[in-house]
Design a protein around this ligand. Structure first.
Ligand SMILES: Cc1cc2nc3c(=O)[nH]c(=O)nc-3n(C[C@H](O)[C@H](O)[C@H](O)COP(=O)(O)O)c2cc1C
Length: 188
């Protein structure tokens, strides 16, 4: 197995982080990896927001947690009610990939960019976890008022399609769960 496939198999969602900030050079490499994802017709209709302001991160996580606590979905309410639950797991960096909603396939483009970044992070020994509540929060707000109220603006016509936290793991690196069987068919 080569290193790339090894990294793909090694990446796990990390749900406890050390306080120290992600190394700047590593962060720049991760962002570069995001920008080399494939996009429909090469449009690159994305923007990468790196949120590292502790005060803003906490305000955003409180808004996300409140969204979960008031959700119609019982599973989300249950998770958010757990003692000590922190939507961002106390990570010091949040990445948001927003995309031009008028592009051909903005969702796919932004999600692929995010996966590139999660893999790049894993290759550098940096943990990550997708945090979908940021996207749900935007959807629930229509025009995304909560973001602008926090001083978080996306480029004109952009909406957030993917968000993930990054940082150094404060937990043993998890093992992958078992893979579902019977999910591959060959037609030859
Ligand atoms: C679209 C999407 C949304 C997710 N949202 C969350 C989330 O809000 N919070 C969280 O802790 N994990 C979230 N995850 C991570 C998954 O729970 C995780 O990938 C899955 O359990 C498999 O574990 P692994 O990433 O360690 O392989 C999300 C993953 C995806 C792909």
């Amino acid at each position: 197995m080569n290193d790339t496939i090894g990294t793909i198999l090694k990446r796990r969602s990390i749900r406890a982080y050390q306080e120290r900030q992600v190394d700047e050079r590593a962060l720049q490499e991760i962002l570069l990896a995001g920008q080399f994802a494939p996009t429909a017709m090469g449009q690159q209709p994305w923007h990468f927001t790196v949120l590292q302001n502790p005060d803003l991160l906490e305000k955003l996580q409180i808004a996300c947690k409140s969204l979960f606590l008031n959700s119609d979905n019982a599973a989300l309410r249950e998770v958010a009610s757990r003692e000590g639950y922190h939507v961002f797991y106390h990570a010091s960096t949040l990445l948001i990939v927003s995309g031009d909603s008028k592009a051909i396939t903005p969702l796919q483009d932004c999600v692929l960019a995010m996966e590139n970044m999660l893999l790049a992070a894993a290759s550098l020994g940096i943990g990550s976890c997708w945090v979908h509540s940021v996207v749900l929060l935007h959807d629930s707000n229509g025009e995304g008022d909560v973001f602008s109220n926090l001083g978080l603006e996306f480029p004109e016509g952009h909406i957030p399609y993917a968000a993930a936290v990054l940082g150094y793991s404060a937990m043993p690196w998890p093992e992958a769960g078992p893979r579902k069987s019977g999910t591959v068919s060959f037609v030859r």
